[in-house]
Design a protein around this ligand. Structure first.
Ligand code: NAD
Length: 487
């Protein structure tokens, strides 16, 4: 059995306790993980604070920080295969996707390496003749980063990259479900030569580790990705330390198909949107909103594609849908599906948890036309698509916005003016037109409403890890005048 360690203050440690990690493809224990509790969280945050104010990191130029980030990017690229295999083993995400995603993670670090020395302050045209006033951009402080199980290397890169570019130090908490890839990534941070304490990577459970980290008095900002219910705990805990928060949460994203769309292409995008990553994707296009006149035609293409999907071992390059990450997740998907069918939703394909080992669930399609199905409102975070149809553009938009989430959306149409109307009307942080599930380090990403606040990606994300300091310098040699009048 493999044993992992976590990384605090430049050292690899066994942890206060240990827990077992399960291979979702077999249900067997395959590794032992270190578990951080209060003492190790304290140790990690102390190390991050020390690194922020003392030692080499505090004195480094932005260009030197960028060089370290470039080195890290190269190491991620060079070790992509190993990282991808660990992510696949520990979370069940298929190797076809983890290998492509980890290779792209290197580009995220490269992008933020380039940004490090482009974060500028400013000089203010102040309204007083004898004053020079500047804004300095300084790192926001020690950042707590908490990520969920899916795509941990990616979801941490969109936090670690900009935070390092901005000069912050951090404690990253890997999910207790599948922490192996992030714990291995810590070795690359070490090899890249970041000073001790700048990046600390631990894992542990929500209440005994994540919550302790989030409310720690030395934490200035919490960058969280996960579910809305956990986000509420994060916000409540931030009432203790008054840390700022950025929240990347779930979604119930609409995928709108008009009759004039290229149906074959839209169906491929819909498959990517709901069945890739076994549906465990925050941007899953889980509500198909299709024009009534092409509903049957589109459904038959989709059904054919869904039933042709190769389900199998996540380590096999040919596999297209692997297991869900945990038994808990498999039970959740099955229970929500049962509730939806009980409400009247009609099963078009899939739906049966297969016999045998592993936490598999087949690609599933539900027709929810005319039904108030829970599947239209609640997040499965699994491979289940719910379908409704519309007669008019106005109805399509109303259905798209009929959710408290607002992360992503897709619009498939050949009509340019309609596409423009919808991209303005949809209430979501991302609108994909005639494409779906495209991401880039250059493009900001984040949600509205229950999908959270704050943006990851792009230059703005690096600025979000800074705070401004206003410097006033008096340029007059005359004595300070009347001290009882504010100047
Ligand atoms: P989760 O909210 O249960 O857990 C996320 C992380 O929070 C884990 O590391 C967990 O240990 C930690 N945590 C739990 N309780 C905590 C507490 N009280 N304080 C601090 N941390 C705590 O999420 P999950 O079930 O692991 O992941 C699935 C959810 O994540 C889905 O809702 C999904 O949509 C969302 N997600 C969002 C994005 C995005 O970028 N918007 C990306 C991926 C996943």
């Amino acid at each position: 059995m493999q044993r992992f360690q976590y990384y605090i203050d430049g050292e690899f440690l066994e942890g206060e306790a240990r827990f077992q990690s399960i291979d979702p493809a077999t249900g067997d224990v395959w590794a032992e993980m270190p578990e951080a509790r209060e003492a190790d969280v304290d140790r990690a945050v102390d190390a991050a604070e020390k690194a922020l104010y003392e030692g080499p990191w505090a004195k480094m130029t932005a260009t030197q920080r960028g060089k370290l980030l470039y080195r890290l990017a190269d190491l991620v690229a060079a070790n992509a295969r190993k990282l991808a295999e660990l992510e696949t083993l520990d979370t069940g995400k298929i190797i076809r996707e983890t290998s492509a995603q980890v290779a792209y993670v290197a580009d995220y670090y490269r992008y933020y390496a380039g940004i490090a020395d482009k974060i500028e302050g400013s000089y203010l045209p102040i309204d007083k003749p004898d004053m020079d006033v500047w804004l300095r951009r300084e790192p926001v402080g020690v950042v707590a980063m908490v990520v969920p199980w899916n795509s941990q290397l990616f979801l941490s890169a969109v936090k670690i990259g900009p935070a390092l570019a901005a000069g912050c130090t951090m404690v990253v908490k890997a999910s207790e479900d599948g922490p192996a890839p992030l714990l291995e990534f810590a070795r690359l941070v070490h090899e890249a030569g970041f000073p001790a304490g700048v990046v600390n990577i631990i894992t542990g459970f929500g209440p005994s580790c994540g919550a302790v980290l989030g409310r720690h008095p030395k934490v200035a900002h919490i960058a969280f990705t996960g579910g809305p219910e956990t986000a509420r705990h994060v916000i409540r805990n931030s009432a203790e330390n008054l840390a700022s928060t950025s929240l990347e949460l779930g979604g119930k994203s609409p995928f709108i198909v008009f009759a004039d769309a290229d149906l074959e292409s839209a169906a491929n995008a819909q498959v990517a949107g709901i069945f890739a990553a076994t549906g465990q994707s925050c941007v899953a296009g889980s509500r198909l909103i299709v024009e009534a006149s092409v509903k049957d035609a589109f459904l038959s293409i989709l059904k054919r594609k869904a039933e042709a999907i190769r389900i199998g071992s996540p380590l096999d390059m040919a596999t297209e849908v692997g297991p869900l990450a945990t038994k808990r997740q498999q039970d959740h998907v099955a229970a929500l599906l049962e509730k939806s069918i009980a409400s009247g939703a009609r099963l078009i394909t899939g739906g049966q948890k297969p016999d045998g080992v592993g936490y598999y669930f087949p690609p599933t399609i539900l027709d929810c036309d005319g039904i108030n199905s829970p599947s239209l409102a609640e997040e499965f975070f699994g491979p289940v698509l719910s379908i409704v149809s519309f007669e008019s553009e106005a109805e399509a938009l109303r259905l798209a916005n009929d959710t408290r989430y607002g992360l992503a959306s897709g619009v498939f149409t050949q009509n340019l003016t309609r596409a423009h109307r919808l991209m303005k009307g949809i209430r979501a942080g991302v609108v994909w037109v005639n494409t779906y599930r495209a991401v880039s380090p250059i493009a900001p990403f984040g949600g509205f409403g229950l999908s959270g606040h704050g943006r990851e990606g792009g230059l703005a994300a690096a600025l979000d890890y800074t705070r401004t300091k206003t410097i006033w310098l008096r340029t007059s040699d005359d004595p300070i005048p009347d001290p009882f009048v504010m100047r």
